[in-house]
Design a protein around this ligand. Structure first.
Ligand SMILES: [Zn+2]
Length: 140
């Protein structure tokens, strides 16, 4: 629903993908001396399941793990709509300029996690959720 959503980015109808948005942002960030590091892009459902199992053992319960790691059914990484970015100078750059590219931080507790929100180009990014457990998409 988010990737490949048609937008009027430059006055003509075009298709914006999260990859294209990141390439454009990374190019401009480089002019500012900031380099993006992609820590995690698309994940297979099996890999997401493994991350979730690791989180459950790290945080001690499924409830606590849910604040940090989604299930294979709900993760925007599995559907290809999210990218985790490093390092801190890159996330600082994106929090200042990301909306212009349709790239938004979604969760307050995950400054590295960005998703494509084409409407942000015109209207700015939507308010953030405190953490993924507040995200209606995670309630499936
Ligand atoms: Zn993420």
């Amino acid at each position: 629903m988010l990737a490949n959503e048609p937008v009027h980015a430059t006055g003509r109808r075009t298709r914006l993908t999260i990859r294209a948005a990141f390439v454009e942002a990374a190019t401009d960030a480089e002019d500012d001396g900031v380099k993006f590091f992609v820590n995690s892009g698309w994940r297979s459902p099996a890999y997401q399941e493994q991350l979730l199992r690791e989180a459950v053992s790290k945080y001690g319960s499924e409830k606590e793990a849910a604040r940090w790691v989604a299930t294979p059914d709900t993760s925007p990484h599995v559907s290809g709509n999210a990218v985790d970015i490093g390092r801190s100078d890159a996330t600082a750059w994106l929090s200042e300029h990301g909306a212009k590219y349709g790239l938004c931080q979604i969760y307050k507790n995950e400054p590295w996690h960005y998703e494509l929100r084409p409407a942000a180009i015109d209207h700015g990014c939507p308010p953030m959720y405190a953490d993924p457990t507040h995200d209606p998409r995670m309630q499936q």
